[in-house]
Design a binder for this molecule. Structure first.
Ligand code: SAM
Length: 292
């Protein structure tokens, strides 16, 4: 049975270890049992699963995960939390604690070592300051992951689900929707954390596609175009893409591709769907290949 998940239990551990919360690591620990159950339910963790937990903190959610999964790998950057985790997780023999920065961790190696290279499930109450690099890294590196269930700032979860026409639509929305089907599974008020954050949070589950439904010849190139389009949000696509020297595209080339797509040359990237970026990417790549 989990021994953590209430304000008094968390406070007892904090006091026992004289632990100081570190803002730089985005430390807001969950203190609500029903929310913890809800997150673990939403992550669809079963008895055969290997779960990668990013940032276990004092091990609260880790306990709930360890009770359901075959194996939990918990990667925590803060070395002062390692003795705490060794204590709070001592009765679970299916948990491996790793003291490391997740951004510098070889996730493929962890999957090979603990799950015979098969896809793991990622669960995390993410530190807000590195939400985007963690999620983009998991998606773009194509490590074996079947779903990612993460607590993020509510606005970030909204952004992941947005489509054209919204001010929050951008490179993150397109990457998330290219690689996965996103679904917000819970909205979490500040009272569920110690200390309380200033913002509301959402839990979002990303179910990764085995095969991306949107077809494109070179997705790395498409995402270079997408980033360039949203870096220069106010500009038209033809100006934005031709101004980005790394793409080596002339305005005429971009306009020619847009004309082929039946789009006006004044069109902006923020109006383009994922499918339209894929078509544009293939057309520009075709022209590029033709030149050489
Ligand atoms: N999972 C715990 C919970 O829900 O109570 C703690 C969540 S807290 C928001 C985020 C945790 O991630 C902290 O324990 C923090 O030290 C850890 N963390 C921050 N940056 C990290 C990184 N780059 N790699 C691994 N862990 C990190």
């Amino acid at each position: 049975m989990a021994t953590l998940g209430s304000p008094s239990q968390t406070a007892a551990i904090i006091n026992k270890y004289n632990f100081n919360f570190k803002k730089k690591f985005g430390q807001n620990f969950l203190i609500d049992k029903s929310m913890l159950e809800k997150i673990v339910d939403a992550a669809l963790v079963g008895e055969d699963d290997c779960v990668l937990e990013i940032g276990p903190g004092i091990g609260t959610m880790t306990q709930y995960l360890a009770e359901r999964a075959r194996k939990v790998i918990a990667v925590e950057i803060d070395e002062t939390l390692i003795p705490v985790l060794n204590d709070t997780l001592s009765s679970y023999d299916n948990v491996t604690i790793i003291n490391a920065d997740i951004l510098k961790t070889d996730i493929q190696e962890l999957c090979d070592k603990y799950n015979n290279g098969k896809p793991v499930k990622v669960v995390a109450n993410l530190p807000y300051y590195i939400t985007t690099p963690i999620i983009m890294g998991l998606l773009e590196k194509r490590v074996p992951v079947s779903n990612i269930t993460v607590m993020v700032q509510k606005e970030v979860a909204d952004r992941m689900q947005e489509g054209p026409g919204s001010k929050d639509y951008g490179a993150l929305s397109l990457a998330v929707q290219y690689y996965s089907k996103p679904e917000v599974v819970a909205v979490v008020p500040p009272e569920c954390f110690m200390p309380r954050p200033n913002v509301s949070s959402s839990v979002i589950r990303l179910d990764l596609y085995e095969e991306c439904p949107v077809k494109v010849k070179d997705d790395k190139y498409m995402f270079r175009l997408i980033r360039a389009s949203f870096n220069q949000r106010r500009k038209t696509l033809s100006n934005g893409l031709s101004n980005d020297s790394s793409l080596n595209l002339t305005r005429d080339k971009v306009v020619a591709a847009l004309v082929k797509m039946g789009k006006p040359e004044t069109v902006r990237g923020e109006t383009f769907t994922l499918e339209e970026f894929a078509v544009l990417s293939d057309l520009l790549l075709e022209q590029k290949n033709f030149e050489y």
